[in-house]
Design a binder for this molecule. Sequence first.
Ligand code: SF4
Length: 303
Amino acid sequence: MEVLLSKGAGFCFGVKRAVSLADEVLRRGKRPVYTLGPLIHNPQVIREFEEKGIKVVGNLDKVHPGTVILRSHGVAPSIQMEAKDKGFEIVDATCPRVKRVQQLAARLKKEGYQVVVIGERGHPEVASILELLRDADVIESFETIARLPKVKRIGVIAQTTQHMEHFKELCKLLISKAEEVRIYNTICEASITRQKNSLELAKGVDLMIVVGGYNSANTRRLTEICKAVAETHHIEEAAQIKEKWLKERERIGVTAGASTPISIINEVLRRLHFLAAHPTPKNQKNSPSRLRNSALYRIRSSP
Ligand code: SF4
């Protein structure tokens, strides 16, 4: 069995930056330290940070002032102001590309455009724009466009992790909704490349494994993209791989979301290689010791 890892799988620039800023805060030793919502969308990384002393909070209402790290997905300026007023030291880990989307949204609004965000309403990145511009419209699907009233000017931006083809299709429909439509393609280059590489890999394998948090929008998007061309499973960690998925598979592709650390990707690769080399004999169930052994197994040949 051959295991192939998609190019560029794992941490993107914005996530690397957020994680290294959080590490830096921990090194300085000042406490307490908080993040407003999870710093990135990966439960294992967040757990590790919590063990080291970074507490995830939903708001700053009932916490003692200290250092607050603004997560990679961004928060509204009003929340930053509130943190400042309450005496918190602010470490801004908002990805610069997310910040650019927030700035474009504000500029479009100022120039008289009705702002339309193509993205997921519940995603923190979109939520941060909505807190900034309460009357912005969020478009998740073709159906939501039908409900939009016709206006004079529309300014379109996208959540940075949207799928390019989906964005283009929705933009085509939005053109009929206003006399003037200004479109900014704000999908992050890192997302586009990751999606492209994963799709290419998925086309040439029997099975795709997508690794990343279930709460990670970009990981879910990768799963959707790969599912269109290959059997695909989204997992958060190596122990979730089921041996039955691998039966009679020659080539397995692995990709990972932008907030998946390399350590978790390596565990997945090790487990796949282990299962390929040591299939469970018939009638024997997978045991915890087998899972442990796979974690210790070293990859002999780089995929
Ligand atoms: S995917 Fe792009 S926009 Fe999102 S955090 Fe990473 S670099 Fe920033």
